[in-house]
Design a protein around this ligand. Structure first.
Ligand code: GAR
Length: 215
């Protein structure tokens, strides 16, 4: 499976995908990294792994249609099967999403459908949830609204602030995203009535308790 990764910033999720894809037998290959900012730190990861990268700077276009046309052209050249958004902070139009229907996935730092959008960690702490986490999902026209592929739950700990919680969620992101990409590339993710089913996945444990029952 030929994959492009779209980033806006430091690219730690990109790096986890690049690392996973180096393993023998991993079924996806990252062939292109596109950043919408020339200063995106993740571009260095692409270079370090010898992967082609492009900058399509949204600020150099008059409108979103122009930006997306340039993005689309850069992606079309790469003969892709899938686009992974990894900290890509531009909302893609319904028309763009339609063109790449079921071929764009994203990682989001919350247990969707809770906390779509920004500042997810601060909002989770404000809400007082005991379990937070991250989600890999298909991208559709609703922001953070497409079918869920996989999730990791991260217990909120006493003394968490948004930064500390974000750091633990990020560690889970780095494990979840390569795993979900592998499942997709192996053809084991099936969409049925807007929900995904994972073929041959082993069942996780029955429950994760927060606070822990031993306390
Ligand atoms: C990650 O936490 C990712 O889940 C989040 O941005 C961070 C990017 O970090 N994405 C979103 O909030 C998308 N709306 P990274 O650049 O180190 O991968």
């Amino acid at each position: 499976m030929r994959v492009a990764v779209l980033i806006s910033g430091r690219g730690s999720n990109l790096r986890s995908l690049l690392e996973a894809a180096e393993a023998p037998g991993y079924p996806a290959k990252i062939v292109l990294v596109v950043a919408n900012r020339p200063d995106a730190g993740g571009l260095e990861h692409a270079a370090a792994f010898g992967v082609a990268s492009r900058v399509v700077d949204h600020r150099t276009f008059d409108d979103r249609a122009g930006f997306e046309a340039a993005l689309d052209a850069a992606l079309a050249e790469a003969d892709l099967d899938l686009i992974c958004l990894a900290g890509f902070m531009r909302v893609l139009s319904a028309a763009f999403v339609k063109r790449w229907e079921n071929r764009i996935i994203n990682i989001h730092p919350s247990l969707l459908p809770l906390f779509p959008g920004l500042d997810t960690h601060a909002r989770a702490l404000d809400a007082g949830v005991k379990l937070h986490g991250c989600t890999v999902h298909f991208v559709n026209e609703a922001v953070d609204g497409g079918a869920i592929i996989g999730q990791a739950a991260v217990p909120v700990q006493a003394g968490d602030d948004p930064q500390r919680l974000a750091a633990r969620v990020l560690q889970a992101e780095h494990r979840l995203y390569p795993h979900c990409l592998r499942l997709l590339a192996e053809g084991r993710v099936h969409l049925l009535e807007g929900r995904s089913q994972i073929e041959g996945a082993s069942d996780p444990g029955a429950a994760l308790f927060s606070p822990d029952l031993s306390a």
